[in-house]
Design a protein around this ligand. Structure first.
Ligand SMILES: N[C@@H](CCC(=O)N[C@@H](CS)C(=O)NCC(=O)O)C(=O)O
Length: 292
C-alpha cells in the first residue's frame, strides 16, 4: 500500500500555493476538513485498493488514471458515465460529475483535487517542488481543466458525440464551426507559447502534460487532431505523452468504451482485463442532460 502524507502535512505545504487560484478546489477542501468527507463507503471487495468512478472516455478520469499509473497505485474502476449515475452516485457527489476517487472510505471529487491528493503518495512527483514551477504547472492544469474542458468536453465532444449518441439532439453545426475555426485554434496558440515550447527538459510525465494530453485524447475520440504544421510543439508534446505506457495502456479500454453500446461496457471492459469494482453506481438511464 502506498504511503501517504497526512491531511495536515498536505495542508501545510499546499494551502499557500492553492490559495490564489480561481479553480474549484473542492477536492482540496476534502483534505482540509477530512471529517466532513469521511464516509464509510466501499465499492470494492479489496479495502487496500483505490477506487475510481468514471468512464474511460472522460479526460478528467483519464488524467486521474494516468496519475495513478505514474504513482504505480493499484485501482479498481466503476466506468460509469455521470449522466447514468444512480441516486447513490448523487449522494457521493451531489454535482454528479466524474471522476470520484475513494481511498479507504475517503471520498474525493474533482480531478485537480484528486491529483493533489495523489501527489502525496510515494512515487514520481506530479508537480515540481520549487514554488515558481509549481505555480506555473498548476495554472497550466487550470487552463486545461477549465478552458480546454469547455472547448473540448462541453464543446466538441458534447456536440459531436454526446448530443448525437446519448441525448439524440442535433449537432449545432455553427457552434462546431466556431470551435474549430476560432476557439480551439486560439487555445492552441496559447498552449504553443506557454506550454509546448517551454524551454525545459522533461523526462517524466508531469501534471500539465497529463491533463492536456488527456484532454486532446478525448478530442481525438471526437476525430479532432492537432494540426502539426500549425502547432508543431503542441502536437509533438501531446503525441509524446500518448506514447508513454501510462497513457497507452488505456487505449484499448477507451476504444472499447467508444465502440460498445453503454449497457455492455462493464462486460466488455472486464473481458478486456479492466479491474472493475464489484458493484456499480450507474444504471442505463440517462437522467439530466448538460445545457445545450
Ligand atoms: N472540474 C471537474 C470537471 C469534471 C467533469 O466535467 N466531468 C464530466 C465528464 S468528462 C462530467 O462529469 N459531466 C457531467 C456533468 O457535468 O453533468 C474535474 O476536473 O473533475
Amino acid at each position: 500500500m502506498p504511503e501517504i502524507q497526512t491531511a495536515d502535512q498536505l495542508q501545510d505545504t499546499d494551502s499557500e500555493l492553492y490559495g490564489f487560484s480561481l479553480m474549484d478546489y473542492s477536492g482540496l477542501r476534502a483534505l482540509q476538513c477530512p471529517d466532513a468527507y469521511r464516509r464509510p463507503f466501499a465499492l470494492s471487495n479489496n479495502p487496500e485498493c483505490v477506487t475510481v468512478i468514471g468512464s474511460y472516455i472522460s479526460p478528467f478520469v483519464r488524467k486521474v488514471l494516468v496519475c495513478l499509473h505514474v504513482k504505480a497505485v493499484e485501482y479498481e474502476i466503476d466506468p460509469i458515465v455521470p449522466y447514468c449515475g444512480t441516486d447513490a452516485f448523487t449522494r457521493l457527489n451531489p454535482r454528479r460529475q466524474v471522476p470520484v476517487l475513494i481511498d479507504r472510505g475517503n471520498v474525493i471529487t474533482d480531478s485537480a483535487g484528486i491529483c493533489a491528493y495523489l501527489d502525496g503518495f510515494v512515487g514520481p512527483p506530479l508537480l515540481p517542488a520549487d514554488a515558481a514551477s509549481r505555480r506555473r504547472d498548476i495554472e497550466l492544469q487550470v487552463f486545461s481543466d477549465q478552458t480546454l474542458g469547455r472547448l473540448i468536453v462541453y464543446g466538441l465532444f458534447q456536440q459531436l458525440v454526446l448530443n448525437r449518441y446519448v441525448w439524440q439532439r442535433p449537432t449545432d453545426e455553427s457552434r462546431v464551426a466556431i470551435l474549430l475555426e476560432r476557439e480551439i485554434p486560439a487555445a492552441l496558440d496559447w498552449l504553443e507559447e506557454h506550454w509546448a515550447t517551454a524551454n525545459e527538459s522533461r523526462s517524466a510525465l508531469r501534471l500539465p502534460d497529463i491533463a492536456i494530453a488527456a484532454m486532446f485524447r478525448t478530442a481525438a475520440l471526437a476525430r479532432y487532431s492537432i494540426d502539426a504544421e500549425r502547432w508543431p510543439a503542441s502536437a509533438a508534446r501531446v503525441q509524446g505523452a500518448w506514447a508513454q505506457p501510462e497513457f497507452s495502456r488505456l487505449v484499448p479500454f477507451e476504444n472499447l468504451s467508444m465502440q460498445t453500446p453503454y449497457p455492455r461496457h462493464r462486460e466488455v471492459l472486464a473481458a478486456a482485463g479492466a479491474h472493475l469494482t464489484s458493484v456499480t453506481l450507474g444504471d442505463n438511464t440517462p437522467r439530466r442532460p448538460p445545457a445545450p
